[in-house]
Design a protein around this ligand. Structure first.
Ligand code: URA
Length: 434
């Protein structure tokens, strides 16, 4: 078999066989097939697309490219959750302790971020001492003892995806449905959970800019999960403006803590309850979504979800007192208020621009080697549909550099559209695919 023939077949619109897919994935993982040939194939896939069968075979080949975690030593049904990514997405920070407090074991692999803000691991490092460098044995033990553990992705988990994703990132081939679906699902399948709940975002801050594409991606991933024998559910939610109000690492941790105290932003709470209820259903905790939502609300009201977060932070080496004293989280030196230039209704916030503001302030990574500033970011005060007076605060920028704060202010003002008409409220949860 030759890589050249595989590229040509796909370039001409052919359907690759399981053997051809395995040949290029195995060859690329071992280093036998060079980046330039795989780049050409990725671009051919980008334009010619993949069939459902090809996407499934690609997922399985990538899942088999390294070790597969065996979580059978964890008691109960293990439920994993994955987001396709967005701005202000602090969901795992609040959702995982909520679900664990309801008695469903959460064994989660998370990543660091490349882009707007950090990933879940970066955010959790706002707790001094916190570490996700667990061995598989510690990971399993923590889940069995306290019901929750989050581990950094090991180098050997779906290594083909790791290489391929980095290559796609620099060759403009990320936003293809089959490539995204296989990338996410290969990692989830290799990570060993029994059930997978997917948080698929749509809008200006998401890979899938429109709802139709988000739905197609969700359906593709649900089919892959089912074919691989895992219960898989996808929730499609709005990412046309940031999730909640906070964007930035420690700022998002603080918002997640407030949410666990019952004071969370409306959209974020709705997302946690929707995803959480599907996780409880998948984990066999109850038979109805309504009952699951009640259970999740109860663990917030009685404080057990917050306590679970503190227990989790402490078990992984972090200072849990910050859960009860979030004012001690990393703080930026400059707080700059961004004022509205006019009166009216917020009709639009270009979501990825808000993410870029956080990146400019130092809250995200431009390259894999970049250091993240955990303290910086933005806290929006006004979101779509809100009324604002001229001179009223739209957002507060948290910065450690005056020039960066000014640049973020300029971009943030350009990201807001303020009009005379109150925009119609759009549903936040768009659909559930199962
Ligand atoms: N997240 C992933 O893990 N992979 C993609 O391809 C896109 C988003």
């Amino acid at each position: 078999m030759r890589m050249y023939d595989i590229i040509m077949k796909k370039r001409n619109g052919g359907e690759l066989t399981k053997e051809e897919i395995r040949f290029f994935i195995e060859g690329y993982t071992k280093g036998d097939i060079p980046d330039y040939q795989v780049s050409a194939l990725m671009m051919a896939i980008y334009f010619q697309k993949m069939t459902e069968r090809e996407t499934y075979e690609l997922t399985m080949a990538m899942a088999d490219s390294g070790e597969r975690l065996d979580l059978s030593a964890i008691h109960g049904i293990k439920v994993d959750k994955h987001s396709t990514g967005g701005v202000g997405d602090k969901t795992s920070l609040a959702l995982t302790p909520m679900v664990a407090a309801c008695g469903i074991p959460v064994a989660k692999m998370s990543g660091r971020g490349l882009g707007h803000t950090g990933g879940t691991i970066d955010k959790l490092e706002s707790f001094p001492g916190f570490s996700t460098a667990l061995t598989t044995e510690q990971f399993i033990e923590n889940v069995n003892i306290i019901g929750i553990a989050i581990m950094g992705q090991t180098a050997d988990l779906a290594p083909a995806d790791k290489k391929l994703y980095a290559l796609r990132d620099v060759t403009a081939t990320v936003d293809n449905m089959s490539l995204i679906a296989s990338s996410i699902m290969s990692k989830k399948l290799a990570a060993g959970a029994d059930a997978i709940v997917l948080d698929v975002k749509t809008g200006s801050g998401a890979f899938m800019k429109n709802e139709q594409d988000a739905k197609a991606l969700a359906e593709e991933m649900v089919k892959i999960g089912k074919n691989a024998g895992r219960k898989t559910i996808a929730v499609i939610s709005d990412m046309d403006q940031p999730l909640g109000y906070a964007v930035g690492n420690a700022l998002e941790v603080e918002e997640a803590i407030e949410t666990l105290k019952g004071k969370g932003p409306e959209d974020f709470v709705e997302l946690c309850l929707t995803l959480g209820s599907r996780m409880l259903l998948a984990g066999g905790k109850t038979d109805t979504a309504e009952e699951a939502v009640e259970m999740l609300k109860r663990v917030i009201e009685d404080g057990s979800a917050l306590k679970k977060l503190a227990e989790f932070v402490k078990t992984q080496g972090g200072d849990e007192t910050l859960v009860y004293h979030p004012e001690l989280l990393p703080k930026a030196s400059v707080q700059k208020e961004v004022l509205s230039p006019r009166e009216g209704y917020i009709s639009r916030i270009i979501c990825d621009e808000v993410g870029i503001c956080s990146l400019i302030l130092g809250g995200g990574r431009e390259t894999k080697e970049s250091e993240i500033d955990l303290s910086v970011g933005l806290v929006l005060q006004k979101k779509v549909g809100d009324y604002v007076k001229a001179g009223e605060i739209l957002a507060v920028i948290h910065a450690n550099d005056e020039d960066k704060a000014k640049e973020a202010e300029r971009r943030l003002l350009a990201a807001y559209t303020i009009g005379d008409e109150k925009p119609e409220k759009q549903p936040f949860i768009k659909a559930i695919v199962q």
